[in-house]
Design a protein around this ligand. Structure first.
Ligand code: 0A1
Ligand code: ZN
Length: 882
């Protein structure tokens, strides 16, 4: 907590450290109190002036003693302040020993060493190590670590840290163990765990024949729930060997499942810590989506071992260097595991739902931010997901083989170093011979570029022409931006829906990808493409595979879009044509509602989507499920200059009701046809079938609620897996009545001991559309499993409400906003990372209609005036009011 206004740090101010720490020998003695002794081998940086003070970071700790080269220092020799400790001058080489007391049991921020249930564990990224001991807590200071953990034997039989165990002993009730990690690492990759945990072990033999022990540590009783995570880990290890030629570099890989965790997981060297929801799964308690997320997160943390750990960051402004490349690798891995194009569509949906809004908000920042107040606020969709799209564009520009080769060169060249995004891009450039100078703007310019396309067909000359304009919007602190290098993949279809051989006349660079598909490098504000010899007007399929993270105003009229839905060969563009049709219909409905009229929809829309439903027996049911899913309310709202949430929610519901009516009785036939034929399996085909069935149920809820209630009851009763069970609850969630109440009550009885499953129950109820939602939220928070100290529970109740309950959050009396602000303030006293995330639903207040705008702003001001805010919350609130 901070009294004075926290100050920003700037990327331009980076300077190399005055001192390095080459080695740290640490003893963590866990008892009534926890004492940390650290012996640091310090060396002056020869490139920096001598005689500089040593400024160690350290917070929330009590200093017991400090020794320099064996001599105790007195208070006159150093200065302790709230953020650390300064020693005025040091010899070029020395050893510094500090002893401090920390209090993990009362650490509710979950940074540094903290308690989760009955275990003690650490989270050091970004700046958590400074809560454990005095240190140079910055990623360009890399040291070898030796860590001794001492603790009570019965409470903490398992004691883990990075590296290999080299000594251990016990005496009476106490025992200790020493871990040695010889590979120098930044302290954000340090980890320690102490607790009574069960161990599940397996082995992976690397391509070169080395055996690696794979160990999962979970609460007793959960051993059988690690199988999928273990398989995913082996799949990730094999994938990285096959695709990037990267083999795991230690003999042991450990994963610990933790219940109180601020994020998804953490890639600490050799000792990953995971939010338990990304480890634990079995068929009865985990959904298809859980299985997929586990595979993704396990892959992500594993891939960090090279992209992040072996080659790390010079400073936190470079965060996207490790995150974007790792997300890109995770997404490639995941697509290879079976869901392919559908996975891509899911990523785009998510990008549009969360990153596009962020890029148009007061928190908009470049993929490589220029400044921050609280680093933890910058683990954002922009740094991660937009960053991954930026890597994806370079992959498209270089081509797969050249890209993989360039990444391998980067990893070899900078192995063991702390580097920058510029180092990475320059290596890609040198390795491939491509000019990425203009492309670098993707790292420095914030905001989502908008492409506006107009078309013209000259029947006499038989020429089809496209004019593509690009514009990058202003964002906080950035105006009048330069045109970007945007890779645009396109193709043309003739009037029978066949792909056309491409012949393009343009000043822009064009890379053919196949005879019927080309990559056009847009570099100017305006680009003209001419396609000669077109005897009839073709239909263009643009931004195939979502080749760039841009907003695209398609030139097509409705009939072109219907045509693309039927014929496009690119699954992404086909899906996107359907989404554009639906989005335009929703926006027209929204306008009608605001004008006090009843929404009306074209018959053709109903026909196209009913025709799609009739292909429900086809092989790509997962793609069909995506085609039939409406653009979400948030994405609809995103298109509007002034948001009236009632009109958005009304338009969404009207469109859903209309399509459901158009599909009519076919929905029931489809539901029946999609019933499972056998036992639960998690292959791509079965996942697709279940997704499509859920989508059909969503329309059925609108078309025939009584029939749907019957289906839900039966489905719930017969289900042998959580996907079908939760599918039944989700479908009936907004339909008040006995069936709903009974299913939710039964579910609670069955699952009340399993917190991860109960999160699903909480989440559904927080997103339910009902007038008494706020009272219901208060009741949920009285449930015995709920705790404000557990981020998963808070996200399931309050987080889900803020993100997925538009009518509840935006109640016209302002009670939704008041609820969020009240809990934001309460949680901020415990956990600033969590409160800062919850408040983000209020930060775009300026975009709402006047009454909401005023109400949201008033709550933000109330938070600001409450004072004593965490630096996390302070930054978000002050930027959004600025
Ligand atoms: N590096 C992790 C994410 C992470 C970031 C911060 C954390 O605590 C503040 C925890 C985890 C990843 O990308 O997986
Ligand atoms: Zn990561």
């Amino acid at each position: 907590m901070t009294a004075a206004a926290p100050q920003p740090k700037y990327r331009k101010d980076y300077t190399a450290p005055d001192y390095f720490i080459r080695h740290i020998d640490m003893t963590v003695d866990i008892g009534e109190t926890t004492e940390v002794e650290a012996l640091l081998d310090i060396e002056r940086n020869p490139d920096r002036p001598s005689g500089q003070p040593l400024q160690l970071d350290g917070e929330n700790m009590k200093l017991l003693s400090i020794e320099l080269d064996g001599k105790f220092l007195t208070e006159a020799d150093f200065e302790v302040h709230a953020k650390g400790l300064n020693i005025p001058s040091l010899p070029d080489r020395c050893q510094l020993r500090t002893r401090v007391v920390i209090d993990p049991h009362n650490n509710t921020a979950l940074e540094g060493l903290y308690r989760s249930g009955d275990i003690l564990c650490t989270q050091c990224e970004a700046e958590g190590f400074r809560h454990i001991t005095y240190y140079l807590d910055r990623p360009d200071v890399m040291a070898s670590f030796r860590t001794t953990i001492k603790a009570d034997r019965s409470t903490y039989p398992v004691l883990l840290s990075n590296g290999n165990p080299i000594a251990e002993d016990a005496e009476g009730d106490r025992h200790w163990i020493t871990w040695d990690d010889p590979h120098p690492k930044p302290c954000y990759l340090f980890a320690l765990v102490a607790g009574d945990l069960a161990r599940v072990e397996d082995t992976y033999t690397t391509a070169s024949g080395r055996d690696v022990a794979l160990r999962f540590y979970v609460d007793h009783g959960n051993e059988s729930r690690c199988t999928h995570a273990m398989q995913s880990l082996k799949a990730a290890m094999a994938w990285d060997e096959r695709v990037y030629g990267l083999e795991y570099d230690l003999d042991v890989y450990m994963v610990v499942a933790v219940s109180a965790f601020n994020m998804g997981a953490m890639e600490n060297k050799g000792l990953n810590l995971f939010n338990d929801r990304f480890v634990l799964a079995d068929d009865t308690s985990a959904t298809d989506e859980d299985y997929i997320h586990i595979e993704d997160v396990i892959g992500h943390e594993y891939f960090h071992n090279y992209t992040g750990n072996r080659v790390t960051l010079r400073d936190w402004f470079q965060l996207s260097l490790k995150e974007s490349l790792t997300v890109f690798r995770e997404q490639s891995f995941s697509a290879d595991q079976g869901l392919g194009a559908v996975k891509r569509i899911g990523e785009v949906r998510q990008l549009r739902r969360v990153q596009f809004p962020e890029d148009a908000s007061p928190m908009a920042h470049p993929v490589r931010p220029e400044s921050y107040i609280e680093m933890n606020n910058f683990y954002t969709p922009t740094v991660y997901e937009k960053g991954a799209q930026v890597i994806g564009m370079m992959h498209t520009i270089l081509g797969d083989a050249a890209f993989v080769h360039a990444v391998q060169e980067y990893l070899e060249k900078f192995d063991g170093q702390a580097v920058t995004i510029e180092d990475f891009v320059a290596t890609l450039e040198q390795s491939s011979g491509q000019d990425l100078q203009q492309f670098r703007l993707w790292y420095s310019q914030a905001g989502t570029p908008r492409l506006t396309v107009t078309e013209h067909y000259d029947a006499d000359a038989q020429v089809y022409e496209l004019v593509i304009k690009q514009h990058v919007p202003d964002t906080p602190g950035q105006k009048n931006k330069q045109p970007m290098h945007i890779p645009l993949v396109l193709g043309l279809l003739d009037d029978s829906g066949q792909p056309v051989s491409l012949d393009i006349e343009t000043a822009a660079e064009v890379t053919p990808q196949s005879p019927t598909q080309a990559l056009v490098h847009l570099r100017e504000t305006e680009t003209t493409l001419r396609f000669p010899n077109r005897p009839s007007r073709p239909v263009v399929s643009l931004l195939r595979g979502f080749s760039a993270p841009v907003k695209l105003d398609l030139p097509h009229d409705k009939s072109d879009l219907h045509f693309l839905v039927r014929h496009d060969v690119d699954p992404f563009s086909r899906w996107d044509a359907g989404q554009t049709l639906l989005l335009r219909a929703a926006l027209e409905a929204e306008q009608a509602l605001r004008a006090g009229n009843a929404p009306a929809f074209d018959e053709a829309l109903g026909e196209t989507f009913s025709a799609l439903l009739e292909t429900a027996g086809s092989d790509d049911q997962a793609l069909l499920a995506e085609m039939l899913a409406l653009p979400g309310e948030t994405y609809i709202a995103e298109q509007l200059d002034v948001v009236d949430p009632d009109a958005v929610v009304g338009a969404y519901q009207a469109l859903r009701q209309y399509l459901a009516g158009a599909m009519g009785e076919h929905l029931k036939a489809a539901y029946e046809a999609l019933r499972p034929g056998g036992a639960y399996r998690i292959d791509a085909g079965s996942i697709g079938r279940r997704r499509l069935q859920r989508q059909v149920m969503d329309y059925l809820a609108a078309y025939d609620p009584d029939a749907l209630a019957g289906y839900c009851w039966q489905q719930y009763d017969k289900a042998d897996n959580m996907t079908d069970t939760i599918g039944a609850l989700a479908a009936i969630n907004d339909l008040p009545g006995d069936t709903r109440e009974q299913l939710f009550a039964d579910f609670e009885q069955r699952w009340r001991e399993n917190h991860l499953v109960m999160d699903k129950w909480l989440r559904l109820q927080s997103t339910a559309r009902r007038d008494d939602i706020l009272e219901r939220l208060e009741q949920l928070m009285q449930h015995p499993i709920f705790s404000l100290r557990n981020p998963n529970r808070v996200r399931a109740v309050i987080g889900a409400f803020t993100v997925d309950n538009m009518p509840g959050l935006h109640r016209i009396d302002g009670s939704g906003y008041r609820f969020v602000a009240d809990y934001t303030l309460k949680i901020d006293q415990l956990n600033g990372q969590l409160s800062a995330r919850l408040v983000s639903c209020l930060t775009r207040w300026r975009r709402y209609e006047p009454q909401r705008r005023q109400l949201m702003r008033a709550e933000l001001e109330r938070i600001q005036q409450a004072g004593n805010l965490s630096s996390n919350l302070y930054e978000i609130v002050s930027k959004s009011l600025a």
